[in-house]
Write a protein that binds this ligand. Sequence first.
Ligand code: IPM
Ligand code: MG
Length: 353
Amino acid sequence: MKASILALPGDGIGPEIVAAAKRVLAAVGKRFGHEFTVSDALIGGAAIDAVGTPLPEPTAEAALAADAVLLGAVGGPKWDDAPVRPEAALLGIRKRLGLYANLRPARLYPALAGASALRPDILARGIDLVIVRELTGGIYFGERGYRGGKFGREAFDTECYSEIEIERVARIAYELAEKRGRRLCLVDKANVLTSSALWRKVVTDINEDYPTVAVDCMYVDNAAMQLVRDPSRFDVIVTSNMFGDILSDLAAALVGSIGVMPSASFGATAAGMYEAIHGSAPDIAGQGKANPVGTILSAAMMLRHSFDLGAEAAAVENAVAKVIAEGKGTPDIGGALTTDEMTEAVIAALPEE
Ligand code: IPM
Ligand code: MG
């Protein structure tokens, strides 16, 4: 098949990990006979430096035209005081592409147990869960600002969700649960928030369309505790934008390193966007220390979800698992390989055609 991919390297370690994933995609293309055309565009601080704005219009248009988007990372101390921060570009492109559902799988590679924050007896039960994070609504996009208050200036942000916004992401989570362990957990704060009460109603109402899926609802504070006590009890979690952001970093600490966590985002438009869940890690940028696995696994999710290339996706995932099982890795997972060496090792572990 032929596909056009837009790469958005961005800032910090972004260019290094995107380069790694591109090499893996090229190797997959060669071995399985596909033609992936990859072009680059500016985003984040790199775009601020080059053209004065973090999400230039040509980037948004190229993303809309591409078959899929591969994103590195954005942000860094250099742009902390910029009038529009690099992070605004990330939120902006998610919104422009209508990417309302963000899948963040967390699985434990047995060889990484030592890097996990959990005890071996908890890890022995395994971790294989997916957080489905709502990505274009809630407090990230709600009404916000400053106003005069009783005691002087105050700042506010608002959490607002419509039934449609909840339903469409919940349906993606249900469909995913149908293909996995058939357990869906809605994480909310319905004991306090009105918006969470609506999430509960919508998510439980549509359960009748997915009769094989068992749904339960959990308050986010309890969910954080249960994830640490026994992550094996979770299959698919569906939650709001902010709760999903927080819990996915927590899940990263359970599986060993945030460097191995991929994500895929979908929406109404055809193009999906794929990005590791970690940030731009400016402290290690340009040193060859970045773990390319999160982005390589994100590229695998692209192969599966955007291009329907399930066998190719599995080949990449198996290659990563094999390399990690051999004890190879970047420093964040206790290894001694550079970004390039790790990428080479994954490519070498791909099956021959
Ligand atoms: C993530 C990141 C972003 C988010 C930041 C960089 C804006 O933390 O993708 O998890 O909060 O969505
Ligand atoms: Mg985050």
